[in-house]
Each structure stands twice: as structure tokens, then as C-alpha cells.
Write a protein that binds this ligand. Structure first.
Ligand code: SF4
Length: 269
């Protein structure tokens, strides 16, 4: 189901290229993302990129996206923690609070326990974690259960990101299975966010269009889609909140909510 699955083509040399690039990046860059595929499949490479980022871009936040499973090995979490990067967050997806459902979505037996152990190990080693819940038709009925699981078992995470799905990679191939209109789960999402915030957990909502959500949720929404892959529909031109709406993934703009409608005023709720 992954939007960014590992590719079969040879990506040898990619880490060396990153290591050559990092010293050339503007030192005032606010944030840098390390994604894959799965960066921990090349553990030494990932560690060298984090070390180089700390050395050449000490003021730049570093966001590593990982399925978290390799951090079930405490040695890897320790090696990452030992770098002592000043502003590192590892974003890890949790697909469900149910073991079999998480494993089914990840398409790997044992993934749930490895991911949960990985998250705990990361925090044990002083690394901040963002738990990412990518919402789709296979887990939308568990949103509140996932929120409860996180609040009870991982109250230490830096934040919980409730995310709309990017329909590329394997997600695009399985779109009929995965698609759910965000408007249809807006109430469940509101309940899950409320549950987490009442327990003093920080929540952000990524990749959602404001008009598909209840106004109470707008304050949690971020402009999370990179500008080079963000698009809007022609009707968005009339919308009063376009400048604060996250828009659509360019790749997913052909399949979108049936409830996209321009807003008449800037709601400050
Ligand atoms: S109409 Fe377009 S710009 Fe306005 S909230 Fe909806 S998606 Fe965003």
C-alpha cells in the first residue's frame, strides 16, 4: 500500500551523491527530509547522512521517514541517538491498533510489533518520533482505536500526524481498495483528534483540503504538500481560504472528494 515503495532499479551511488550534496546546501535551509523507499535498508548510509547533516547544516531540522521496523534493533536506534543531531525527528507510520490489520496493510507479518518496538527504542535513545496515521479505507474504521492506542502506549511521541494518502506508488495501484472520501470520515477524524488533544498530545493534519473537514479541525491543518507537487482545482480560485488550504497532490487530483466547495469567508475557528 506504500506510496513510496523501494524500487527495483539499482540506486547504488545515491548515498554518496547525497553526501556530496549536503555540504552544498544553504546553511539557512529550514528543514531537510530523508525518505526512501526505506532509509534503514541502508543503515550505514542513513547514519552517514545524519552525521553529515549535523556537521554541515547544524541549524537545519532533519526529518527521516521510516517504517520504524529496523529500529526494533536497539543497536540501530542507539547508533542514531549517539549522533546527537540537534533537531532530528523520525516519522513512523502506524496503520492500525490491531496487529493483523497493521501487518496486512504493511504486507509483512510481524510488522506491527517491530514498528511499535522501533518507536519505543527510538525514544529510549533520545530521538523524537512523529507517529503518522495515513488514513484510507482499510483503517478508517479504526481511527479512534489508533488514537487510544497511541495515547495509552506512546504518550512520549513528539506529535501525531493524521494524513491524507498520496496516491502514487503501490497506493495508486490499489486505489480502488484504499480510496475513501475525507468528507465521509470528518467526524471520526474530529473524534480522534479530540481524544488525543484532550490527553495533551500534539496533533497535526497533513494532506487534507479544508472544505472537506469540520471547522474545528482547521487549526490542526498544515500546508504539508510540497509546493512542487501541490495543485488546486479551478473552483478553488473563488475560495477565501485558498492561501491556507493544503490543496491536492498533483498525482491525486483526478480522484478527489465530491465535497470540494469554495469557502465564502476566512473562518478563524
Ligand atoms: S475549495 Fe479548494 S482551496 Fe478552498 S478549501 Fe476546498 S480545496 Fe481548499
Amino acid at each position: 500500500m506504500c506510496s513510496q515503495p523501494p524500487k527495483v532499479n539499482d540506486e547504488g551511488g545515491c548515498i554518496e551523491e547525497c553526501l556530496r550534496l549536503i555540504p552544498l546546501i544553504d546553511r539557512e535551509t529550514a528543514a531537510l527530509g530523508v525518505t526512501g523507499g526505506e532509509p534503514t535498508l541502508e543503515p550505514e548510509g542513513m547514519l552517514s547522512i545524519v552525521r553529515a547533516s549535523k556537521a554541515f547544516l547544524p541549524e537545519t531540522a532533519l526529518h527521516v521517514l521510516s517504517n520504524g521496523r529496523m529500529f526494533a534493533y536497539l543497536s540501530l536506534a542507539r547508533a542514531l541517538g549517539a549522533i546527537r543531531h540537534p533537531d532530528l525527528v523520525v516519522g513512523v507510520p502506524l496503520h492500525s491498533d490491531l496487529v493483523h490489520q497493521h501487518d496486512w496493510i504493511a504486507q509483512r507479518c510481524g510488522a506491527f510489533y517491530q514498528t511499535v518496538r522501533g518507536i519505543v527504542n527510538l525514544r529510549r535513545c533520545g530521538i523524537d518520533v512523529e507517529v503518522r496515521v495515513v488514513i484510507h479505507n482499510l483503517n478508517v474504521n479504526r481511527l479512534l482505536g489508533i488514537a487510544e492506542f497511541i495515547a495509552r502506549n506512546m504518550p512520549f511521541v513528539r506529535q501525531v500526524a493524521m494524513m491524507g494518502m498520496e496516491s502514487i506508488g503501490l497506493a495508486r495501484r490499489n486505489l480502488d481498495l484504499l480510496w475513501v472520501d475525507p468528507y465521509d470520515y470528518r467526524r471520526t477524524l474530529r473524534d480522534a483528534v479530540e481524544y488525543l488533544t484532550q490527553r495533551r498530545m500534539r496533533v497535526v493534519i497533513y494532506n487534507h483540503q479544508l472544505c472537506t473537514l469540520d471547522h474545528e479541525l482547521w487549526r490542526y491543518c498544515c500546508m504539508s504538500i510540497s509546493d512542487w507537487k501541490r495543485e488546486y482545482l479551478p473552483i478553488c480560485a473563488e475560495c477565501a481560504v485558498r492561501t491556507r488550504c493544503g490543496g491536492f497532490f498533483a498525482a491525486g487530483v483526478t480522484r478527489h472528494s465530491e465535497h470540494i466547495h469554495p469557502q465564502d469567508f476566512e473562518d478563524e475557528s
